[in-house]
Design a protein around this ligand. Structure first.
Ligand SMILES: Nc1nc2c(ncn2[C@@H]2O[C@H](COP(=O)(O)OP(=O)(O)OP(=O)(O)O)[C@@H](O)[C@H]2O)c(=O)[nH]1
Length: 441
């Protein structure tokens, strides 16, 4: 579970004790020079097809983390070293959208990640991408639930020697994704990470730092664990020097590759940290699952296949991939066959629904929430006896989510503007209205 508290975390970190998973949180205790342990819940897993798969603790995805109000972050300048140089960062007007910076050395895979996740580029096409010369901004505003921008910062921009407008850039940044090429010598990347974290943290201590240990498709399982341990250890050793000796900087590490769903899963976790009131969404999905006999429920942004929220049980990569495949299938069918759709639309609506029965007594259910969002649920075949209750509860959940979206639209273009009580309040009232079927028993 990610530590969200301002308090220092005291814990013991055992090297080599990593779960074989595609994401974990590794808080660094700057006071004691140790990384706090990160025990992930491992019960309640659902395996599909009987395979042993990597486990991800969904609850570690920044639950309750609220995006700082833009402009409210500290804008203290960082040391002059980071300010001197030749290439200027663009001056950006204040904007309401949370910003995610994708940074890292040249050819580490930053543009590829952005193209694959947000532009549906096939991984093989990234082989022909040219080096990025200047910052590329991507407005991810089609996603109705949260609108954010992703900046691809070219690897040649040096935070030490270039004029890097740190106060302006970092003050309104929600998360920094730092990409490290796991197939390359990563020592320089770790040094660069230290400079970056130090600069960004001094300007805005609320920034979430996410390290993507990338291109792991070229590594064996043993190598993955080895590289993950090594990078984490080295990065943490360097980061201990940062801060005032009593502060904790949370760095979250993810093993990623564009050649499987790990990159979508990792980006999902990054985005979730920018959504305020995430705990309320989790709680709603939790009660939805419990009352309806579901194993797992994901709220997906259909276009990107980023899951915006899920219930607190651990996320199984194989289950996540199945849900993504189901979205692809439904999108393909609706795009080709539904009438009156613009060519660039996905053909999704609140009427979209689909059920797929798998050969292992598992059922996948997909229900549209609006043009952009879908709930995808996984359940055992026998739970389909309660289909009436599932549908009833789904309608309630959808109404609650639509209400939150309306709240957001009426208050601001950003969900962050909704007052603290309104969003959780709306979701709590939905929770209370969900049926557990007791009246029918
Ligand atoms: N094997 C493998 N190769 C990848 C992966 N992601 C990206 N690449 C390759 O890495 C190379 C560099 O990718 P880019 O996305 O251009 O790297 P970049 O970090 O944006 O580079 P700059 O623009 O120079 O900063 C390309 O040939 C990609 O195909 C991955 O997950 N696995």
């Amino acid at each position: 579970m990610a530590a969200e508290s301002e308090e220092p975390i005291i814990g013991s970190y055992v090297v080599g004790n990593f779960p074989s998973q595609y994401g974990y949180d590794q808080p660094v205790d700057l006071m004691n020079g140790q990384a706090a342990s990160n025990a992930n819940a491992s019960n309640g897993r659902l395996t599909v097809g009987g395979g042993v798969t990597s486990q991800v603790d969904a609850a570690s995805a920044g639950v309750g983390a609220a995006m700082p109000p833009i402009g409210s972050a500290s804008t203290a300048s960082i040391a002059g070293a980071a300010m001197a140089g030749t290439t200027a960062m663009p001056q950006t007007p204040p904007e309401e959208k949370p910003r995610i910076l994708v940074m890292g050395l040249r050819r580490s895979g930053k543009s590829s990640i952005q193209k694959v996740v947000f532009h549906k580029m096939s991984p093989n096409e990234t082989l022909f991408l040219e080096s990025t010369c200047k910052i590329q901004k991507d407005e991810v505003s089609d996603c109705s639930f949260i609108q954010f921008s992703v900046w691809d910062v070219p690897g040649h921009i040096d935070y030490l020697t270039d004029i890097f407008d740190t106060s302006d850039t970092f003050a309104s940044t929600g998360a920094i994704v730092f990409v490290i090429d796991a197939q390359d010598d990563y020592m320089e990347a770790i040094d660069r990470l230290k400079v970056l974290v130090s600069g960004a943290y001094n300007v805005n201590p609320r920034i979430k730092f996410e390290v993507f240990i990338h291109k792991v498709d070229g590594l064996t399982d043993e190598q993955k664990i080895e590289v993950q341990c090594d990078i984490t250890q080295r990065a943490n050793d360097l980061l201990i020097d940062i801060g005032n000796g009593n502060e904790v900087i949370n760095i979250h590490y993810h093993l990623t590759t564009i050649y499987d769903h790990s990159i979508f899963e990792a980006f999902s976790k990054v985005v979730q940290k920018l959504i305020p009131h995430m705990g309320a969404f989790e709680s709603l999905l939790n009660i939805f699952c419990n009352n309806s006999g579901l194993e797992k429920a994901f709220l997906f942004d259909v276009a990107t296949k980023i899951y915006i929220a899920t219930d607190p049980s651990p996320v199984d990569m194989q289950v996540y991939e199945l849900c993504c495949d189901m979205i692809d299938l439904v999108v393909d069918v609706t795009t080709i066959y539904s009438e009156g759709q613009e060519s660039d639309e996905l053909g999704f609506s609140e009427d979209t629904c689909s059920s797929i029965r798998l050969d292992n007594s598992t059922v996948l259910l997909l229900r549209g929430v609006d043009r952009h969002l879908a709930l995808v649920c996984v359940l055992r075949e026998e739970s389909m006896d309660r289909q009436g209750i599932i549908e009833y509860n789904f309608q309630r959940v959808r109404q609650g989510l639509q209400r939150v979206l309306t709240l957001k639209q009426s208050l601001s273009s950003s969900i962050a503007a909704a007052s603290d009580s309104q969003v959780p309040g709306a979701l709590k009232s939905v929770e209370a209205s969900l049926s557990n079927g007791a009246a029918l028993d």
